[in-house]
Design a protein around this ligand. Structure first.
Ligand SMILES: Cc1ncc(COP(=O)(O)O)c(C=O)c1O
Length: 940
């Protein structure tokens, strides 16, 4: 948490080397613009990366200096201005030793590309245009992103206030003079440290004051925000008061050296800064919590136009600060701590923040700002980081500072939380987010200091000052989130285990009574998982909670794609349900927006959408489309496949018609061998793909010999009920070519695997490089809400226009579409596809090592977070270990992990968790599975 404002000066053109990050730094409050000066003596100019844009404009000048205040960091506003200087080079004093600037290659290219663009299109010739030009230049630097959610590099949200702010060059003599002139005070003046303002302690006998000389660039609206807040807090002890000048002005202006500075005089608060107080008793920390809560109570009804501030210290945006700096942390172990804190924040904290109460908060109760006297907190300084944010951020930030200095970090934080909670009771959700917010705040400090250390490697201060932050991260990293959560809950007088507390009371319906009622009122074809059925009452993220409050890691529900009860999805649903829900016969934006957003994910001209209510409805409609287009009925299907519960789909689902109670394939349905690389019929063939395709070609010939033709081939690209079956490369492409050559269409059933689950691609079919004629999707699309769809080409869709209306009462209603849009937002905002790829790869690799130790595991396969573990009794004969698979599923359930089986022999453990499933969850799954495998392999 240090401050440093380095200036990098290079006498040579920028050299693009290596991957060192930057050309400057961000000050403690993010207001600093690194000042990169490039001087190009005439002779060297031809080597300059700026050569192209500069030469036409400046070639007649003798010397040209370009000052490029640059923010190479996405969370700050960029401001690039090119200032011509006709000063001869020798008159320009380098600020420090000349340094060769090193930049990340991509960034450098991006930067120079933009400068070039800027000079051609937007550089203001006239000074008076500068303000507007700033905006113009800014837009040039960052054209708008395609999606509103892609915020990491979207500076449009950052205010235009991060301009260079050297401290005002005023001396103690100036301060005395100002005090006399504006306040009528004859004082002694003593300079105090300050980051943005030049601060002075003024003493006149017993009376003391603080004089703040504002930076010339300081945004008056922000100063006014602080002043109004101080005025609002007048009745609260321990907060400085603003003293008006003799003229009555709150902020008189002084001119110095051609610059205008706002002046403020504040009352002096007695007390020692907490930083000088070695003894931090629990009472002191509780007192600090209570003090902050009283401050927040007083600020609760305070509003100001400048309160929405995007500064790096806005904890609600921690991810924007941390993620772009991860690579600045050289030590992989430390980087992993920060990554874990970030992951936790993005997945388990950030989604909930918009649902919390928010208000103006102080936002910076650090040890320098808190004043203590006789073991009690007596005051709070520095309102410069105030902003409007979730209230819990106030607690989290103060708790982070409290734990930094403590040998018992969690306890220290808990004392502060307890004190706060006594004055402002925290909600259970706020308490649940505390630990994640604290880790995120530590990660912000760690990432910023790592970056500074990278930029100024010769300055040991960066390493030293970050020491406590790294130490805290190291100590907290292994502490399970549940433990920290429990500590904070106890601090708030709640039972340590949230799930126990959160389970709603069950009005007399235990498992047995529910089971009996099911037997009476529901058809027994509805199966129940597990020998000891589970009675779930709540879901959150990748967890389900039973009626007794026990948490289960959900490794199998691919429907709650972005996490159970995701708050953004729930909020979208509730909001739209409260507004309007009706059918598609009225015009509404949502359905169109959803179609547009989804089309952006589709290849080819797949652009005409039908919104329906289930995967089955989608596949049934796909059958109607192929029949309308081809005028044929015969279908090619894969053995073991399942496409839905409607009668039309039982007909094309070998999983059903060849399974218990099934009546075999109807005459128009032709089953192809499952092209499984592990167990498939032609797996040993010299060219398995050719063998499978030849089998299909034979069937097509038979259909044609019978005077008919094949209407379509339907397949998942990674088979679900088939047992997470991976096709040999080239299979799908060759099958599509074969079927199309025979006049048929190709349907991709993405009901299970779509929406980024496979990690490398958004859709499963993309992993095979094919473009289907029709794509059906469902399960993940509504995160549990009934929402599904069919997309096809305009040509195929046109054949469906026969005069008969297609009406679907619920399909495409505004509520469902709002949910669909929210799901897409979350996938993008939380980068869940990439997350699925990364976590899936890790999990698959760990499962494969398990396979080496356990002969029961015959195969580990799949992609992203759609994985299968096939269990066999004999790796030669591949005898399916179905009983063992079932025993494992049951044993894992007892250990709090939900799994299930799939495949024609029910011997494949299927793993398809909500995509928020993370690396720690993966590790836990593998470790528990290993334990269970040992039990199953060596029965007692
Ligand atoms: C591949 C596939 N297609 C279609 C369906 C049917 O979807 P729904 O149950 O939403 O009707 C399923 C359901 O399990 C499926 O796995």
């Amino acid at each position: 948490m240090t401050k440093s404002w380095p200036r990098v000066t290079t006498m040579r053109p920028i050299r693009v080397m290596g991957s060192l990050l930057g050309c400057g730094d961000v000050g403690r409050k993010g207001r600093f613009v690194p000042d990169l000066r490039l001087f190009y003596p005439r002779g060297q100019r031809k080597h300059s990366p700026l050569q192209k844009p500069i030469l036409p404009r400046h070639s007649r000048r003798e010397h040209t200096a370009f000052t490029l205040p640059i923010f190479p960091f996405p969370w700050l506003r960029y401001r690039i201005s090119l200032i011509e200087s006709s000063k001869p080079q020798r008159q320009v004093r380098p600020l420090e030793e000349p340094q060769v600037l090193q930049m990340d290659t991509d960034f450098a290219r991006f930067l120079w590309g933009n400068i070039w663009h800027l000079m051609r299109n937007g550089y203001p010739a006239q000074k008076k245009d500068a303000d507007h030009a700033d905006e113009r230049r800014f837009n040039l630097l960052y054209p708008p992103r395609r999606h509103k959610s892609a915020d990491a590099y979207s500076p449009s949200k950052w205010p235009r206030r991060n301009y260079p702010m050297p401290l005002p060059p005023l001396t103690e003599a100036h301060a005395r003079q100002i005090a006399a002139q504006h306040y009528g005070l004859q004082v002694q003046a003593q300079r105090l440290p300050g980051e943005l303002d030049a601060n002075f302690l003024l003493s006149a006998g017993e009376e003391r004051y603080i004089l703040k000389v504002g930076n010339a660039d300081h945004d008056p609206a922000e100063l006014d925000f602080q002043n109004r807040a101080l005025a609002h807090l007048t009745a609260l002890p321990g907060v400085p008061r603003l003293i008006p000048a003799r003229s009555g002005e709150e902020m008189p202006i002084v001119e110095h050296d051609g610059q205008r500075h706002f002046i403020r005089l504040l009352s002096y608060l007695p007390g020692e800064p907490l930083v000088r107080c070695p003894d931090r008793s629990p009472e002191l920390l509780r007192g600090l919590g209570a003090f902050l809560a009283r401050l927040d109570q007083a600020l609760a009804d305070f509003q100001h136009p400048a309160m929405e501030r995007d500064i790096p210290w806005n904890l609600a945006h921690a991810h924007r600060v941390i993620r772009p700096r991860l690579h600045a942390i050289p030590d992989p172990v430390r980087r992993r701590w920060v990554e874990r804190a970030l992951e936790r924040f993005e997945q388990q904290v950030r989604p909930y923040l918009p649902t919390l109460r928010a208000q103006v908060i102080h936002n910076d109760a650090n040890d320098h700002n808190v004043l203590v006297a006789q073991g009690q907190v007596v005051g709070l300084l520095d309102f410069g980081d105030m902003l409007h944010a979730p209230l819990i951020c106030e607690v989290a930030i103060a708790a982070t500072y409290a734990l930094l200095a403590s040998p018992e970090p969690l306890q220290a934080a808990a004392h502060l939380v307890a004190g706060y909670h006594q004055v402002i009771p925290l909600t259970t959700t706020e308490v649940a987010l505390l630990d994640g917010l604290i880790r995120a705040r530590l990660a912000v400090s760690a990432a910023l200091s790592a970056e500074r250390a990278l930029i100024e490697p010769e300055n040991p201060y960066h390493q030293i000052s970050a020491g406590p932050v790294w130490a805290a991260l190291e100590r907290l990293d292994p502490v399970p989130a549940e433990v920290a959560h429990g500590v904070f809950r106890q601090a708030c007088g709640l039972p340590a285990f949230p799930s126990l507390a959160a389970a709603p009371a069950q009005p007399g319906r235990d498992e047995q009574t529910i089971l009996a009622a099911r037997r009476r009122y529901l058809n027994p074809t509805l199966s129940v998982s597990y020998r000891r059925p589970l009675h779930m009452v709540r879901g959150q993220g990748q967890y389900l909670y039973d009626a007794e409050g026990r948490a289960y890691l959900d490794c199998v529900n691919n429907v709650c794609h972005v996490g159970h009860s995701h708050p953004a999805v729930v909020a979208a649903l509730a909001h739209q349900a409260a507004l309007l829900n009706t059918n598609t016969r009225y015009l509404h934006e949502h359905i169109i927006t959803l179609a547009e957003r989804l089309t952006a994910h589709m290849p080819g001209d797949l652009s005409v959408w039908f919104f329906v209510n289930s995967g089955s409805e989608a596949n049934d409609l796909a059958l109607r489309l192929v029949r309308a287009y081809t005028g044929r009925q015969d279908m090619l299907v894969l053995a073991g496949a399942y496409h839905g519960n409607l009668s039309s789909l039982i007909d094309i689902s070998p999983y059903k018609f060849d399974g218990p109670g099934g009546a075999g394939a109807p005459p128009w349905v032709h089953t192809l061998s499952m092209p499984c690389t592990y167990r498939g019929r032609f797996r040993h063939a010299e060219d398995p793909v050719a063998a499978y395709v030849e089998e299909a070609a034979g069937i097509i010939r038979q259909v044609e010999e019978a005077g008919r033709g094949v209407a379509a081939f339907i397949a998942e690209a990674l088979m679900g009920t088939g047992g997470q079956v991976v096709f040999p490369p080239g299979y799908l492409a060759q099958m599509y070519a074969l079927v199309r050559a025979a006049g048929g269409l190709c349907i991709a059933d993405e009901v299970q695997i779509g929406f980024g689950r496979v990690g490398t691609h958004f859709w499963g079919f993309e992993t095979h490089g094919v473009v289907p004629d029709i794509v059906t999707m469902g399960k993940p699309m509504g995160n549990g809400h009934p929402l599904a769809a069919v997309v096809t080409t305009p040509e195929i869709a046109a054949s469906f226009v026969t005069g008969m209306e297609y009406f679907n009462t619920f399909g495409g209603n505004p509520v469902s579409c709002a949910v669909g849009l929210a799901v897409l937002d979350v996938i993008e905002e939380q980068n869940l596809q990439e997350h699925a790829r990364r976590v899936g790869e890790h999990l698959k690799a760990r499962l494969k090592t398990l396979q080496e130790r356990h002969p029961l595991i015959g195969d580990v396969r799949g992609s992203g977070l759609f994985l299968g573990v096939e269990l066999v009794r004999d790796r030669e004969t591949l005898a399916p270990a179905a009983g063992e698979a079932q025993a494992i599923v049951e044993a894992m359930r007892e250990r709090g992990i939900l799994l299930s089986t799939d495949g024609p022999f029910h011997n494949v453990l299927k793993i398809k968790p909500p995509l928020v499933f993370n690396q720690e969850d993966a590790d836990r799954l593998v470790e528990e599975l290993e334990g269970v495998l040992q039990e199953v392999e060596q029965p007692a």
